[in-house]
Design a protein around this ligand. Structure first.
Ligand code: CA
Length: 473
């Protein structure tokens, strides 16, 4: 799949039209799905990436937060983008932000609130007291179109104002959430209380309205570690029953601890894929350490190794890119190696980041950032993925610097050998299973072709810090 946006995607309103126009070309390149950004109105109007969600029912249709369109365009343009993508044969995944609401329309008096310790959410600070808080959402620009629900303080567990987290009257943080900060139910904004029947009901109603309105093929679900995991068992079952489709779902459980990902998969009983966060951090560390990193451990502790059927593999995203909240850049020299791991193996569901495909240039916080385009290699890998990732795979992930793997191919597909190093020019003996067969390096790092011996082995080479992809001639 393609993650179509990054944090600094231009807010000119041309996004939906632009990606709709690219759909056919992307399908021909080998993409099969688009992950589109949150399409509804955020508190920041046309500046909001979408995660500061204000109104889930306003996909660029109503004059709210100073604008009709969102950062990405209007509702009609959103529909046009989805139609173009699906006509081109691509699946479309919606970004679903259910954890919090931001940009309330009004204040309310809550007669019993208490501050909590940000690092230990079970510990209260100071006395219970009454306080006026921004917790009322009445959506004056939309009124009761699509939904008559107005949000009041009792639909929320907690909110943050002026840096203090206030737990609201009679509320308890949800169980079955991440244990960071003792209980990580609260992330930001007005935090939805999923113990409240109206809150759950509206989330189910909205999901079905969204599917009926836009016809998505699946979801990328935001911030799942801050929402009771058991909720999604019911919600995903309801959505899949409603559409009678096996809707795809991938959750953003941002943790590099494979144990927590394993537990979440257990709790949701395999209904949801997860992003392979440990893999991203392995790539990040490898890219920073250069030849000091043990390439043989690149897949250690990753979801793709433990549970390949539920792993969505990634290299970078809108939170890890420079100047963002989870900044952990994978350095440019390593990205071809990382994308080879993601795209040229038969495990995991790969996600390509738009800023790695198109490049990016932006300024923020006094810095100017340039991210390189790796499109030429990614396109090569996508093509090789369709032609050569078949038959028996032989892994050689067994060296501090140079690692590789081969696919033997089958009746309809040729064989391939992938080799990469984080040190100098090097060569690795690997078996493809095909004796006396000639191979060429499609990355063009090495010009001369090579032949396997009578047992199907050959010394496959690559350049320092590079990946070479040898395919059958
Ligand atoms: Ca929450």
């Amino acid at each position: 799949m393609m993650q179509t946006f990054h944090w600094y995607t231009p807010n000119d309103g041309g996004f939906w039209n632009g990606w709709g126009a690219r759909a056919t070309e992307l399908e021909q390149k080998g993409f099969t799905a688009l992950w589109l950004p949150p399409a509804y109105k955020g508190m920041g109007g046309t500046w909001d990436v979408g995660y500061g969600v204000y109104d889930l029912f306003d996909c660029g249709e109503f004059d709210q937060k100073g604008t009709v369109r969102t950062k990405y365009g209007t509702k009609e343009e959103y529909l046009g983008c989805i139609r173009a993508a699906r006509d081109a044969g691509l699946q479309v995944y919606a970004d679903v932000v259910l954890n919090h609401r931001m940009g309330a329309d009004g204040k309310q008096w809550v007669d019993d609130v208490v501050a909590v310790d940000p690092r230990d959410r079970n510990r209260t600070l100071g006395n219970r007291h009454g306080r006026e808080l921004w917790t009322r959402f009445s959506f004056p620009g939309r009124g009761d179109t699509y939904s008559g629900m107005q949000w009041e303080w009792w639909h929320f567990d907690a909110t943050r104002e002026h840096g203090t987290i206030y737990k609201l009257k009679d509320k308890r943080f949800e169980t079955h959430v991440d244990e960071e900060n003792a209980n990580y139910d609260f992330l930001m904004g007005c935090d939805l209380d999923f113990d409240h029947e109206q809150v759950r009901g509206e989330a189910h109603y909205w999901g079905k309205w969204y599917l009926d309105s836009f016809g998505m093929d699946g979801f990328r679900i935001d911030a799942v570690k801050h929402i009771r995991s058991l909720f999604f068992r019911h919600w995903l079952d309801d959505m899949r029953n409603h559409t009678q489709k096996n809707l795809f779902a991938v959750g953003e459980y941002w943790s590099s601890d494979i144990g927590r990902l394993r537990r979440y998969i257990d709790q949701t009983e395999g209904r949801m894929h997860l992003f392979d966060v440990p893999l991203h951090y392995n790539f990040h560390r490898a890219s920073k350490a250069g030849a000091g990193y043990d390439m043989g451990s690149l897949l250690s502790g990753t979801l793709v190794r433990e549970n390949p059927l539920l792993a969505v593999t990634l290299v970078e995203n809108h939170d890890t890119q420079p100047l963002q909240s989870l900044e952990s850049l994978v350095e440019s020299w390593f990205k071809p190696l990382a994308y080879a791991i993601v795209l040229l193996r038969d495990e995991g569901y790969p996600c390509v980041f738009a800023a790695d495909y198109d490049g990016a240039h932006y300024e923020d916080k006094g810095y100017e950032i340039r991210l390189d385009s790796h499109r030429w290699l990614i396109d090569l890998f996508l093509d090789a993925r369709r032609k050569y990732t078949f038959g028996q795979r032989r892994d050689y992930l067994d060296h501090r610097h140079i690692i590789g793997w081969t696919f033997q191919g089958d009746d309809n597909h040729g064989s391939m050998a992938v080799v990469m190093t984080n040190a100098g020019d090097d060569t690795k003996w690997m078996e493809t299973g095909k004796p006396y067969t000639a191979y060429r390096d499609i990355t063009r790092h090495i010009d001369e072709s090579i032949r396997t011996d009578e047992w199907g082995w050959a010394p496959f080479s690559t350049r320092g810090g590079k990946v070479s992809v040898w395919v059958e001639e």
